[in-house]
Design a protein around this ligand. Structure first.
Ligand code: DAH
Length: 338
């Protein structure tokens, strides 16, 4: 049996000497050490050897096997070395080939609108503040004079975390937070994410709102109108007419919505403006006395105005984008256009 093993070893070594490719190496390895390989088969036969001789023969067999293993490993390294050397010798790098183009885009259109608006309002002296996205029901609804039975409180319109805590549905609660911490006169603006359970071409469960508030002893409806007109004309361009329409909001009295002249048809009427010539862009009004008082401000001494607008809506109208969902897909072909 030992002779047989030695013979196999001789043969294997000879074959090893002659081969030069990884493929041949693998083939020979299988031939000797594979499941049905010559070496494996003979090692199995060891089981049939009489017990007294088995131990000794096993040891010899293992020595031969180990020697052979070492030779196999050496040969394998040599082959790999040779292949690498050949590759280094024959391969060239063409440094004149153009590199891979790294795709780059520009600012996201929403970011652009946010930057523009922040710049406009800070020049006008507004304090830019943040508020929490997880908000108390008391601040998101009650303090804003929104009745307990109001539809906007339903679970179909609001994401509730507990009975008393929601994902804010509007940036208006930041008004209350600000009033509680500041003495008038002041002008503040807050920009941030708001959440509502909607999803279609013109609604996404998360969107951005801008909230503005100005309070002072003699802040009048005339100030309010002039201020908003100038903000909106700076966003859309001074050639665009604006108009106020009476409306209702629980937190303001009187309330108004503001429209900007349609940029596509210049007020003549088209599909975008539903043939009215106007696009609705914000809600606003003189702050309801109950809201001032919820913010610990003396409603007999001070008055103010507030406004709220959707950042996505403004951006869509400004750039003529017709599907809100495009903002959130991050398709570089869309983003590149801005
Ligand atoms: N919070 C309102 C909304 O989400 C927008 C709004 C309207 C805010 C009028 C105001 C306001 O501050 O005065 O639809």
């Amino acid at each position: 049996m030992i002779d047989k093993l030695n013979k196999i070893k001789e043969e294997a070594l000879k074959e090893l000497e002659e081969l030069s490719t990884t493929e041949d190496f693998n083939e020979i390895k299988v031939k000797y050490f594979g499941k049905k390989g010559a070496f494996t088969t003979i090692m199995k036969e060891l089981g049939n050897v009489v017990a007294e001789k088995r131990k000794e023969m096993g040891q010899v067999a293992n020595i031969i096997k180990n020697e052979l293993q070492v030779k196999f490993d050496e040969r394998n390294s040599l082959i790999k070395e040779a292949i690498k050397k050949k590759k280094i010798e024959t391969e060239t790098i063409d440094i004149t080939l153009p590199g891979k183009v790294i795709e780059k885009s520009s600012l996201h259109p929403l970011t652009k609108t946010l930057i523009d608006i922040k710049e406009i309002v800070s020049e006008m002296g507004f304090d830019i503040v943040d508020g929490p996205e997880v908000e108390e029901v008391q601040l998101n609804f009650d303090a804003l004079n929104i009745p307990k039975t109001h539809l906007s409180r339903e679970i179909t319109d609001t994401f509730y975390i507990t009975d008393d805590v929601v994902l804010r549905t509007q940036t208006s609660p930041v008004q209350i937070r600000y009033m509680k911490e500041h003495k008038p006169p002041f002008k503040m603006i807050s920009i941030g994410k708001v959440y509502r359970p909607d999803y279609d071409v013109s609604h996404t469960p998360m969107f951005h709102q801008i909230e503005g508030l100005m309070v002072g002893e003699d802040v009048s409806f005339a100030n309010f109108k002039a201020m908003l007109e100038s903000i909106v004309q700076r966003i859309f361009g001074s050639d665009r007419n604006v108009r106020f329409r009476p409306h209702f909001f629980p937190f303001t009295e009187p309330s108004a919505e503001m429209d900007v002249e349609c940029g596509v048809c210049k007020g003549k009427g088209c599909r975008l403006c539903k043939h009215t010539g106007w696009l609705e862009i914000l809600g606003s009004g003189m702050v309801n006395i109950k809201v001032l008082e919820a913010g610990d401000i003396d409603g007999n001494k001070y008055q103010g105005f507030a406004f709220g607008m959707g950042v996505e809506r403004i951006t869509m109208l400004k750039y003529g984008i017709d599907d809100l969902r495009a903002f959130f897909e991050n398709d570089i072909r869309f983003l590149e256009q801005f």
